[in-house]
Design a binder for this molecule. Structure first.
Ligand code: DGT
Ligand code: CA
Ligand code: CA
Ligand code: ZN
Length: 585
């Protein structure tokens, strides 16, 4: 069964194929606009068709309505198939390469029979394009660059890379004259672990100030390539391959624009539905009154919102934090007045997982304590690797006990500033055994058990290893439960239903590892833990002092999982954390 998106995609491809054929602009734009209408649609096309309402949609006339019905009933479109018989669909990808376009795509096809990006790449590399009419060595090089940027963009980028570079750009823009307001929007603002592109918004009092801001943006030293340079929107490719979009708008529209460009698309769809139910059409600019058929009443005054609070108030909702905006129940919770009181970075009091020079860290116990104190932490736990993890210089029992003496010494030195506790990040061995015996674990303040080796074992084995750790009375927390590594290491395969049940039954803590390469457990598991009443902890797993600054990524992940401060162990004040540890003895 075709979805709205499938149908929009087919229309989009028709538009592209018509463009390749050299059809008039109004002909292919009709398909393009229809595709856009369908992408924005808050309702299922099937339902609209059943009510005979297709022709009432913007940009959909009788012919296109018939084509939609054809796709809904047959799952195919004869018109599209006829087009693909004339023109290979592979040319669509080629025409969309930066610096190619429909005319050149057809030229490469007709002269050289090129129908795939791969074939185009080889031809360009072999110098076969430069002699074609209208081409030269320079435009051939451009094609290669276009293909290279294509492949750099297919992979999403870790928020740990995207957020600092986005923040640096925003900070520069905020220093420009006439900038009233600025923010990061899109998936970065929602705290997603990986980012497709950076979205930046800037507000000005008057659009006459926009060109200077745009000119500055596209000329920044970190720009590798300018992808677009306009009055209201510009796009650049950064040296690190990320794309950044900047939009400049008048302050009057700040609320609607920030809301729209923060997304998610799914959340936006729900917001538009709520607006429509109140007789208003909502877009990035304003709310516009509509008639009973949903057509905008051009004479009626538009409603502008310069804050997001005002946008939500207009549809009868309280402000919804960006991390929740995934259409995952946040609208309903807001309607019931039951939005969670999300944890913030300020709630974090301690950090329960970090490494020192005893294993694979670069700083001493004392340095880590000083650095954590400088960042406002009230307590930390020193948790170096255990004896079997040779590559990380894991601690023998003797070294572990010697370390305990040093931890106690540093704790005494730092007394009144920060408390320093002694723990371990103990390996769950490949055979399922734990890396220290119980009598050693009993001497520690806080015990983490983690998977580091044999991560590709089958589901039963991994599940059993985790259960062995969870069932040990001395283990307090499971570190980075799934052991995923972004972008290239998949989570372990375990029966997480069974694992979570066991964590709950044994009163264990699940870590949210804040390192942006891990973010483990992820937001969906956080939400499951919260729903089940499992206690969480957000830790940096710092191997050097600067890693102590990674805490915000863990907090974002917790927020995306609907966690409140009370769900997170290291929000407890020191005395309550000590009481919690004592209750586990
Ligand atoms: P990304 O960049 O893939 O990590 O994810 P986003 O969410 O940043 O998406 P992006 O950059 O394509 O667009 C930024 C926001 O703009 C998006 O979250 C919602 C809004 N937006 C963009 N295109 C559309 C659209 O076609 N429909 C709707 N409803 N919203 C859109
Ligand atoms: Ca984005
Ligand atoms: Ca974008
Ligand atoms: Zn670890």
């Amino acid at each position: 069964m075709l979805t709205n998106r499938d149908i929009a995609d087919i229309f989009e491809k028709c538009a592209n194929l018509l463009q390749l054929k050299g059809e008039s602009i109004h002909r292919y734009l009709a398909y393009q606009r229809a595709a856009e209408t369908i992408r924005e649609l808050p309702r299922d096309l099937r339902a609209i068709s059943a009510e005979k309402g297709l022709v009432d949609l913007p940009n959909i006339g009788k012919t296109l309505a018939e084509k939609i019905d054809e796709m809904l009933t047959t799952g195919k479109l004869a018109f599209y198939e006829k087009l693909t018989a004339e023109i290979p669909v592979g040319l669509i990808d080629i025409m969309n390469i930066n610096g190619v376009g429909p005319k050149k795509a057809m030229l490469f096809y007709q002269e050289l029979g090129i129908t795939t990006v791969e074939a185009l790449k080889s031809a360009a590399a072999a110098g076969k394009l430069r002699d074609l009419p209208g081409m030269g060595a320079k435009s051939e090089q451009k094609v290669l660059e276009g293909i290279a940027s294509l492949s750099r963009h297919t992979g999403r980028i870790s928020i740990g890379i995207a957020l600092p570079s986005a923040q640096a750009i925003l900070d520069e823009l905020l220093r420009l004259p006439n900038v009233l307001e600025g923010a990061l929007a899109g998936s970065i603002r929602r705290g997603k672990p990986t980012i497709g592109d950076i979205d930046i918004l800037i507000a000005v009092a008057d659009m006459a100030h926009a060109p200077a801001i745009m000119d500055y943006f596209v000329a920044m030293p970190i720009v590798a390539r300018i992808l677009g340079h306009g009055e209201t929107k510009s796009s650049i490719e950064l040296q690190n391959g990320l794309q950044a979009d900047l939009r400049v708008l008048v302050k009057q529209k700040w609320g609607t624009a920030l809301n729209y460009f923060s997304g998610s698309k799914e959340h936006n769809v729900r917001m538009r539905q709520l607006a429509l139910a109140k007789g208003l059409s909502l877009n990035e600019h304003a709310f516009s009154p509509v008639d009973a058929d949903g057509n905008i009443l051009e004479d009626a005054p538009k409603i502008y919102c310069d804050t997001e609070e005002a946008v939500y108030a207009q549809v009868g909702l309280p402000f919804i934090p960006p991390e929740l905006r995934e259409d995952a129940g946040e609208i309903e919770a807001a309607q019931r007045g039951e939005l969670p009181n999300l944890i913030t970075l300020n709630d974090i009091k301690g950090d329960l997982h970090m490494h020192t020079t005893y294993s694979d860290g670069v700083a001493s116990i004392q340095q880590m304590a000083e650095e954590a104190y400088a960042r406002g932490r009230q307590y930390i736990v020193i948790t170096d690797h255990s004896r079997s993890l040779g590559i990380a210089n894991g601690l023998s029992i003797e070294r572990l006990l010697a370390q305990q003496a040093e931890v106690r010494h540093v704790d005494a030195l730092m007394y009144g500033k920060i408390r320093v506790f002694h723990g371990t990040e103990m390996d769950i061995n490949a055979d399922g055994s734990l890396d220290y015996p119980d009598d050693v674990l009993a001497k520690l303040d806080f015990v983490i058990a983690s998977l580091h080796v044999s991560l590709r074992q089958d589901r039963d084995k991994i599940t059993q290893r985790l259960l062995n750790a969870i069932q040990n009375p001395h283990v307090d927390m499971i570190g980075h439960l799934t052991a995923r590594y972004i972008p290239d290491r998949e989570p372990v395969d375990a029966d997480m239903d069974v694992v979570f049940d066991s964590v709950k039954a044994h009163g264990k803590v699940l870590e949210i590892n804040a390192n942006p390469r891990r973010l483990d457990i992820d937001a969906s598991y956080v939400r499951r833990a919260v729903d089940m009443g499992i206690l969480l902890a957000i830790n940096t797993d710092a191997h050097q002092p600067s890693h102590l600054d990674l805490m915000p990524y863990g907090v974002m992940t917790a927020r995306r999982g609907w966690a409140e401060a009370r769900h997170v162990l290291n929000t407890y004040p020191t005395d309550e954390f000590i009481k919690w540890m004592e209750s586990k003895r």
